[in-house]
Design a protein around this ligand. Structure first.
Ligand code: ADP
Ligand code: MG
Length: 245
């Protein structure tokens, strides 16, 4: 039997008696796309927090390649190959696009020292590749602070990719984007599959339909349904709770 890349087993996250995640079990395979949808407050971001070690489950297990990680530090989990992008872009505004990517590619938290280290040439080469992949070639030397909101989101996706993490967690990558930018984001995210597994949180159904992938519906911290978007759309309970039909 092969061990799945990531498994959540009966995870409960309790905030002073309120179960933000309530007995959640989920499996993510290498190279795959999982899209998590659900109303505001459903527990989507908390689920990410529990995977990356930012919150501790009260009970249940999180397994990465079969190893229990739910008690590990965020730093240790990132070191195992899981990386997360937040809803608000966290780019370094006073540095250029290419420098942001090169820093992310060093996989070194000691940013100030990284440019004098062995590995800089490799990180620079990787940064140039990712620059092209995220479609920001013509913004290479622009300060990240001068990018549009959408471009900042793409840069931060690029920074997550630059860590070469095996599992990328993208929390609302289309936040603040219009339809055309969202659709470019879907193309970018799809281009990451295979090399990376991607877990995307979003509530824009148009974007979700462009992503494809396995859809998981969270509601009140519980897994309400999972399946293809077509199956989810046809589900009456989901429609009543989430799609407002
Ligand atoms: P989503 O990302 O699906 O909108 P969240 O995971 O952010 O939902 O939140 C799930 C629920 O947990 C919400 O009711 C939220 O208010 C609550 N919550 C999230 N973080 C905390 C926290 N640190 N302390 C207390 N309650 C929290
Ligand atoms: Mg959220």
């Amino acid at each position: 039997m092969t061990v799945p890349m990531l498994q959540l087993e009966n995870v409960v996250v309790d905030f002073d008696g309120f179960k933000a995640i309530d007995d959640l079990s989920l499996t993510i395979e290498s190279g795959s796309m999982t899209v998590v949808i659900g109303p505001n407050g459903a527990g989507k971001s908390t689920m990410c927090d529990s995977i990356i070690g930012r919150v501790r489950p009260a009970s249940g297990r999180v397994l990465f390649h079969g190893a229990e990680i739910q008690a590990e530090s965020e730093h240790a989990i990132v070191g195992r190959g899981i990386c997360r992008k937040f809803q608000t872009p966290g780019v370094l505004v006073a540095l250029s696009v290419i420098d942001n990517l090169a820093i992310a590619a060093t996989r070194d938290r000691n940013w100030w020292a990284c440019f004098s280290r062995k590995g800089e040439a490799e990180a620079r080469a990787r940064a140039e590749e990712i620059l092209e992949q995220i479609g920001l070639t013509d913004r290479r030397d622009t300060l990240a602070g001068n990018l549009s909101h959408g471009e900042k989101q793409w840069l931060e996706i690029g920074m997550v990719v630059a860590t070469d993490a095996e599992l990328l967690l993208l929390d609302e990558p289309t936040a603040g984007m219009g339809a055309s930018e969202s659709s470019q984001t879907a193309t970018l995210v799809r281009s990451l599959l295979g090399k990376h597994a991607v877990l995307v949180i979003d509530h824009d159904i148009d974007f979700v339909s462009q992503l494809g992938g396995h859809v998981v519906v969270l509601h009140q911290g519980r897994l309400l349904r999972e399946g293809t978007l077509e199956q989810i759309r046809a589900d009456e309970e989901v429609a009543a709770i989430y799609l407002g039909r």
